[in-house]
Write a protein that binds this ligand. Sequence first.
Ligand SMILES: Cc1cc2nc3c(=O)[nH]c(=O)nc-3n(C[C@H](O)[C@H](O)[C@H](O)COP(=O)(O)O)c2cc1C
Ligand SMILES: O=C(O)C(=O)c1ccccc1
Length: 384
Amino acid sequence: MAHYGDHQLQIYQAGLKGARPRLPMRMEDLEDAAHAVLSRESYWYVAGGAGEITMDANRTAFDKYRIHPRMLTDVSERDLSVTLFDRILPSPLLLAPIGVQSIIRPEAELAVARAAAATNVPMILSTVSAHSMERVAETMGDAPRWFQLYWPRSPELAASFVQRAEQAGYEAVVVTLDTKMMAWRARDLQNAFLPFLNGQGLANYTSDPWFRDGLERPPEEDMWPAVRRWAGEFADPSKTWKDLATLREATKLPILVKGIVHPDDARLALEHGVDGIVVSNHGGRQVDGSIAAIDALPGVATMVNGRVPVLFDSGIRTGSDVLKAKALGADAVLLGRPYIWGLALDGEDGVREVIKRVLADVDLTMALAGKAQFAEVDGSLLVD
Ligand SMILES: Cc1cc2nc3c(=O)[nH]c(=O)nc-3n(C[C@H](O)[C@H](O)[C@H](O)COP(=O)(O)O)c2cc1C
Ligand SMILES: O=C(O)C(=O)c1ccccc1
């Protein structure tokens, strides 16, 4: 039986023939290499946060939790599969929604979609993408894909987005709640870098009949009206939990909410009928000084108590991070910035390589800790 960990042997074998890995192996070196090929503005847009406190905490907080390995269990056949919304996925990894990927490469989400499809890792396409959700879907065949919704001000546009997603074969809608506005981001302000103000990442809007109807000139002629309309539609700070009902009516797809870090919000989300929760602090890009995402996970998972899937992101970099998240109550995890470094360095192949490395690390670390089934990893994996 093939295992994700086999990728390790392939890299060694190539190395013995003199072929060093195309992409640096250490995550820190991978990011440095991406830094070297990207413009200063693009690199910092991705790497930066709303300050550094929470971004750093997202990583260092993992160190508090330690794996307690067990010996002499049979780990000859491993299984990383998880079941989410009746779909069996081969691994617990999904790609986090990351907007405006055209600042990295023009193929942007199309390259990421191909890499996701090749590995059967669901891509969560951002609302703010350079290629429309239909175009991205076309490149993916039957491969799993979800749609992330930046919940527009107008119910007509919100309904149109989720219905288009449903039509194009997206299997779930992830509504991001933590971005009713952009945070104060000193680096981007310094660089005067706001990619969407140049019209980047607006393909889902400019391809939308309702959105286009309200424009005085078509975006093909003049992008400005579209940018202005987008700025008004992007989010609605007045939205509250009760508004979820209108989204619920607009689609049959499972609805997850992303950006939950408080158990009481998890409770409210359940009371308002969501089908899943993504524990996330947006990679430290929204509230600097906020709780590290992994520290928020146990409280949310306890509140949810298995009623709906709990997913996790913000700080996942290694196999042990994935296993710790599972042990602390996550059913699956989202990989964020690392795949963007892969995209920057080697396009579709780079994204695929980063995915394969993380999965190899999960597989090997799980086996070495004495577990054969990802589904069976629970709190007992960790030191009390
Ligand atoms: C450049 C960038 C753009 C992002 N765009 C979106 C987005 O469009 N929608 C969304 O829900 N989250 C967005 N996020 C947040 C990610 O989905 C995810 O929560 C975050 O990257 C996790 O942190 P990590 O990458 O440090 O692990 C973005 C993150 C980055 C770095
Ligand atoms: O930069 C981000 O974190 C983000 O979520 C976003 C928001 C709007 C457009 C593109 C990305």
